[in-house]
Design a protein around this ligand. Structure first.
Ligand SMILES: *[C@@H]1O[C@H](CO)[C@@H](O)[C@H](O)[C@H]1NC(C)=O
Ligand SMILES: *[C@@H]1O[C@H](CO)[C@@H](O)[C@H](O)[C@H]1NC(C)=O
Length: 238
């Protein structure tokens, strides 16, 4: 199961693994690297805010009386067995994106492929987030505080997407912005007239979203680290 802990460990281990590597993670001029670093400076700020918002929205669902009873019932039910938790995790539409979980896999993954994982995850959430905002706006009794967070996440997901598209176009102009990414097909559950079904839809939505936003934040920070570290390597050689 991918989570932030795994990635933080990856980040630290890779700092040491890459110590022996003298070439930059990507083929770019010094000027391009400098532009990339500026883009990453902003991208990491946005990805950090996004991850925080994902967690905050999830928490809000758990404590607000609008959804707290059901959310607490769902989580107790899921935690009755490990199989149920794994099944829930595997039902997230972004599972096919397959972020590496071991250092070995990460080392086999190129900078560009890591970037594509971020791109595909952000693209995979673009439409669902639009639907989330629409459905929450129309939902009687939905607290404004939850709606505001959903709106902020939708906006920041778009902002980060723009940065990642700019970064990718510098790393490899041949990457198409709208190449294959996983499609979300759970609109029915968000629109269900039955309250429990609808809240379970929101439960899974916020569960998967929060996990993916944390993964995206870890990946963006990891890539920035690679860029910065390799620059230090480069300078130390001259
Ligand atoms: C990097 O770019 C140079 C010049 O365009 C090219 O000769 C070289 O093959 C490239 N290296 C890699 C790893 O793509
Ligand atoms: C980063 O964000 C700042 C503040 O919004 C903006 O002025 C700057 O142009 C951005 N940098 C890049 C490289 O887009």
């Amino acid at each position: 199961m991918g989570n932030t802990g795994t990635f933080l460990m990856l980040l630290v281990s890779n700092l040491f693994l890459w110590e022996n590597v003298s070439s930059a993670p990507i083929n770019a001029s010094e000027a391009a690297l400098s532009d990339l670093k500026d883009l990453f400076d902003n991208a990491t700020v946005i990805s950090g805010k996004l991850a925080k918002l994902g967690t905050a929205m999830r928490k809000e669902f758990f404590i607000n009386s609008f959804s707290s009873d059901m959310f607490n019932k769902f989580i107790l039910d899921l935690h009755k067995s490990k199989e149920k938790i794994i099944k829930a995790f595997n039902s997230c539409h972004t599972v096919p994106i397959n972020v590496p979980e071991t250092v070995e896999d990460a080392r086999k993954t190129s900078f560009e492929d890591f970037l594509k994982m971020v791109l595909h995850t952000l693209l995979a959430w673009k439409d669902p987030l639009k639907h989330l905002v629409t459905e929450l706006s129309a939902l009687p009794g939905c607290p404004y505080s939850i709606l505001l967070k959903a709106k902020a996440i939708e906006a920041k997901n778009k902002d980060l997407l723009e940065y990642i598209v700019r970064i990718i176009s510098m790393v490899n102009p041949a990457v198409k912005e709208n190449e294959d990414y996983p499609i979300w097909t759970d609109l029915d559950s968000l629109q269900a007239s039955d309250k429990e079904t609808r809240l379970f839809g929101l439960y899974m939505f916020s569960f998967c979203l929060r996990m993916d936003l944390e993964t995206v934040d870890s990946l963006v920070n990891f890539l920035q680290c690679l860029l910065l570290y390799d620059d230090v390597c480069y300078i130390s050689q001259f």
